[in-house]
Design a protein around this ligand. Sequence first.
Ligand SMILES: [Zn+2]
Length: 238
Amino acid sequence: MSQTEDLVLAYRILAAHGVVDAYGHVSVRSEREPHRYLLARSMAPELVGADDILEFDLDSNVIRDPGAALYLERYIHGEVYKSRPEVQAVVHNHSPSVIPFGVTSVPLRPLFNTGAFVGEGIPTFEIRDFQESGDLLIKTPHLGASLAKVLGPKPAALMRGHGAVVVGENLPRAVGRSVYLELSARMQMQARLLAGEKGSITYLDEAEVKASVPVQDYNRAWPMWREKALARAKAERG
Ligand SMILES: [Zn+2]
C-alpha cells in the first residue's frame, strides 16, 4: 500500500465521517523527501483519486505543475510541516460541531478517553490578529505561519469562524483525531444540554489525559476505515 493510496483513502474516510464535505483537505509529508508534502489538487474530498495527488515543497509551490487548480489554503500544510518536524500528516476541515467552539468563549474539554488529546489544549486562531478583516482563508505564507505559531506543539487548533487544523505523527493519527474531535465537540454540547444549568460535567483530569493520549494511535480504527473506504471506491468504479 502506497503513501498516495493511503492519502486518497484518508480523504474518503474524513468525508464518510462528516469531517470534510465539499471542502477541507488532508496532506502527508513525503516519506522519500521530508521537505515536501503530498496534497490533492483543488477538488471535493470524496472525488479524490491517485491521479489527483500532487507534490509540494514546504513553501507550498507545486513540484510538477499539471496546470490544475490548487487549494488556496495549501499554506496551512506547508507552514505546519516547517514548524513541526515530527508532524507527518495535516488535516484542515470545517468540522461542523467544532466550529461553535471557535466562536464562543467555551473551551473544548476532554470528555472521553478516545478524545483525550483534547486535554492537551486546543488553541483558537483569530485571523484578525494577523491581517485586516477579510475572507478568513489562509491564502498566504504569512497567514499559514501565523496559524502554525498559534498551533504551537498542540494536536489541533480551532480557526475562528472557519474550521480547524489537526495534526499527527502519522496519517492514522491525524485522521483519527479529526474524527474524534468532531465527536468530542458534539458530545460536549450534548453533556452540557443534559446537565442543564445546575448540573455539572466531569471531564478527564490531567493524569487521565496523560495516561490516555499515548495509546490513542487509532491503529484499530484505521484498518477498518481503510477497508471500508477501499470497498466504496471499488464499488464506485464498478
Ligand atoms: Zn478552510
